[in-house]
Design a binder for this molecule. Structure first.
Ligand SMILES: Nc1ncnc2c1ncn2[C@@H]1O[C@H](COP(=O)(O)OP(=O)(O)OP(=O)(O)O)[C@@H](O)[C@H]1O
Ligand SMILES: [Mg+2]
Length: 693
């Protein structure tokens, strides 16, 4: 049976080599029309509408910090948080701990000025004012003892305040950080797959580490310290003006000079950012190389990569040179201003002690007190500004986090219709489905795609690379929504079906199964009925049963720790075929109604393939199956074979029907038969047997 009109055009496309890629079949190019139709036809459906909006995505290099140089796209559904403080409300600081920390921070801010109050008493006791008699030795001793005791009290108070502040801050900080990371990660996990196509993984992870750290530090530590230095400033000003308003006023004259430090501070911040960005780029280069070491080595790219890494490092060195200049000048101005201020204060104090100014005279002790507390006030003010700046700076990071936390996923991760068990048969219908990926909205991947898959039927998708086969499985898994048309399952629109329930109802085996860094048993249980890693409802016997069905039990029993064997990151340590069989055992355990196989055996050698294929054949029994395969030998027995090209169906039928049709499928079959056996196309109907040999 022919579905498309184009198969006749395949006659001149017979490949010269059996190893050449599957030949493309020209189909009518009307992508633009589809994109346009897509944008107009379904505007009434809000959710589809949002998917269409993705079509307005603009490419732009958004973030220079990127881990790779790939392009990131603007996200039309990204919220624009107007009030970043909302994050603090939404996530919730632990206000009890935070307020306790602030309370003791204010107390710690009073400590420094209080010392100078007692210091004044000491100086005035030791050095009596002009005309007063010096104290006797015993009077001096008891006065000094009393003052020393007061200092101990202040030290105790200050130590206690600092200690409790830090303790409460640590509690508040960790609790806030956990909540912040948890909310961000949960929001991230709930986003639809299209979101991860348009966002760079490196950037998302840097929000999780860097931005969370900045926000957490700002709204716990910096906030408490702002209060601490504010209290130091206020008390310092009050005490110094109370002691000598004139000397205090002179001391305050140095404040404007701190703008020089502020300017240097801006350069320090800029150069720090430059340094950390360059360092991040160098690190991402290293990560890229280490994770892709096989590819680098196979292409003898070690030297090239070393050069690339050194180039990144030289940028770090240059950036750190700017940073050192900026930091050095900030330190220079800071020290110069403070100590010149101190000198000036003593100069004025000397005049006030001896001659006085306008009848205003002070004692030596008062001079020391005024100098000390006003110095604390000035430092308090400068530090308040610095801590406050950190708070303001953190708003940008809070904004980044809110953009993820507040984003409404375009495909809600849970909730919706669940097909009652008695109605769930596994009949899947694609009705005029058109689709384009959010990151490439102008490339129509599926165009008016219609297909009916009956319950229990095995349907195979074949076609050139990029013809949209995997996209069909992506849509079936509800990772993406069709732009137009709909997919129904037993009469229910997939759009309305609860994705969480649905993904437990279907099982998928892909070319490269991912195993997690946990035991084989937990890996098999991973996709189990309740989606829990250690589901107490699933017994070891059930796991073993699934592994037997998947031809995995024997090799697992040969491993040292058997089912408890830890498989490393991404299952390193197991062969491709072994990993695949663990993945099949995983699917067996969930007992899905519908099975999707996307090149499940493509990456395996013949021996492994036969074990995996045998496991798959057992798994397919009695289930609706959609399988994708390049090797026709694995799909010749399918009830229906769908030949695709450029997102359209060009031929459809069973193996014999398609061979008789003499179109694209026959070309493909001839190519594979000749490639395997060197025989003529007469043996096409034996393709299965030929391949199995
Ligand atoms: N996540 C994605 N974002 C953007 N475009 C994508 C994405 N995945 C696939 N595509 C594009 O969609 C088209 C169809 O891809 P698909 O993976 O469905 O092809 P396929 O038929 O499975 O090919 P293959 O046989 O090579 O696996 C291709 O042009 C591909 O570049
Ligand atoms: Mg594919």
């Amino acid at each position: 049976m022919t579905v498309g009109e184009n198969h006749s055009s395949t006659g001149d496309l017979i490949p010269s080599s059996s190893l050449a890629p599957i030949p493309p079949i020209p189909v009518e190019e009307n992508n633009d029309k589809i994109v346009e139709a897509t944008k107009q036809s379904r505007m009434s459906l809000e959710e589809i509408d949002t998917a269409i909006d993705v079509g307005k995505l603009k490419k732009e290099n958004q973030n220079e910090k990127s881990s790779t140089n790939t392009t990131e796209f603007t996200d039309p559904h990204e919220p624009n948080p107007k009030f970043p403080f909302g994050l603090i409300n939404k996530i919730g600081i632990d206000w009890i701990w935070q307020c306790l920390a602030i309370f003791f921070a204010i107390g710690a801010g009073l400590g420094g000025p209080c010392f100078y109050l007692v210091f004044q008493e000491l100086v005035d006791t030791v050095i009596p004012a002009a005309g007063e008699l010096p104290p006797t030795d015993s009077e001096l001793q008891s006065a000094i003892n009393g003052i020393a005791l007061k200092m101990v009290y202040i030290a105790l108070g200050l130590g206690l305040a600092e200690g409790l502040k830090e303790a409460f801050l640590t509690i508040a900080r960790h609790r806030f950080q956990a909540k912040l990371k948890g909310s961000f990660f949960e929001a991230l996990c709930n986003q639809e797959m299209g979101y991860f196509d348009i966002k760079k993984t490196g950037n998302l992870l840097s929000h999780l580490s860097e931005d969370v750290a900045i926000v957490e530090e700002a709204w716990t530590s910096n906030l408490a310290k702002t209060f601490q230095f504010m209290s130091q400033f206020v008390v310092g000003v009050i005490l110094s003006f109370r002691a000598s308003w004139f000397q205090s006023l002179m001391m305050m004259c140095i404040i404007p000079f701190f703008s020089l430090v502020a300017v240097s501070g801006v350069f320090v911040a800029w150069s720090s950012k430059l340094t950390s960005n360059s360092a991040a780029r160098a690190l991402s280069t290293a990560t890229e190389v280490v994770t892709g070491m096989k590819t680098v080595r196979s292409m003898s790219g070690e030297e090239k990569e070393a050069k690339r890494f050194n180039k990144s490092l030289s940028k770090v060195v240059l950036a750190s040179l700017f940073k050192s200049l900026a930091t050095g000048s900030a330190m220079f101005f800071g020290h110069l201003i403070i100590w010149c201020g101190v000198a000036f204060s003593f100069f004025i104090g000397g005049i006030l002690i001896t001659d006085g100014i306008g009848g205003h005279k002070i004692t030596i002790g008062t001079m020391f007190q005024t100098f000390g507390v006003s110095l604390f006030a000035v430092i308090g003010l400068a530090q308040t500004a610095a801590e406050g700046a950190q708070l303001l700076k953190s708003l940008a990071s809070a904004n980044q986090l809110l953009k993820v936390v507040e984003r409404e996923p375009q495909i809600t991760p849970r909730g919706g219709t669940r097909i009652p068990p008695e109605e769930l048969k596994g009949r899947i219908v694609f009705e005029n489905v058109s689709f384009a990926y959010p990151s490439r909205p102008d490339v129509v991947v599926l165009e008016n795609f219609s297909l009916t898959i009956e319950p229990g039927q095995s349907v195979a998708l074949v076609g050139e690379s990029g013809s949209g086969k995997s996209t069909i499985t992506n849509l079936l898994e509800k990772f993406y929504l069709p732009l137009t048309g709909r997919i129904t399952v037993d009469g229910y629109n997939l759009y309305d079906i609860d994705p969480k329930w649905w993904r437990r109802t279907i099982g998928i085996v892909t070319q490269e199964p991912v195993l997690f860094g946990m035991s084989i048993e937990d890996n098999i249980k991973y996709a189990s009925l309740h989606g829990l890693i250690t589901d107490p409802n699933i017994s070891h016997e059930e796991v073993e049963e699934s592994a037997k069905k998947a031809n995995a039990h024997d090799f697992i029993m040969d491993l040292r720790d058997k089912y408890e064997t830890l498989v490393g990151e991404r299952g390193v340590g197991l062969s491709g075929g072994q990993k695949q069989r663990v993945a099949i055992a995983r699917v067996c355990l969930t007992d899905p109604t519908i099975l999707l196989l996307d090149e499940a055996t493509s990456a395996l050698d013949n021996e492994s393939e036969s074990l995996v294929q045998d496991a798959l054949n057992k798994l397919m029994k009695g289930r609706t199956t959609v399988s994708i395969a390049h090797r026709l030998s694995t799909i010749v027995d399918s009830d229906k074979i769908v030949v695709m090209s450029k997102g359209k169906i060009v031929e459809m039928g069973n193996h014999q029907e398609l061979l008789q049709l003499g179109g694209y499928y026959r070309v493909l079959a001839e190519k594979q038969t000749m490639g395997r056996s060197g025989s003529s196309a007469e043996s096409l109907d034996m393709i299965g047997e030929v391949d199995d040999e």
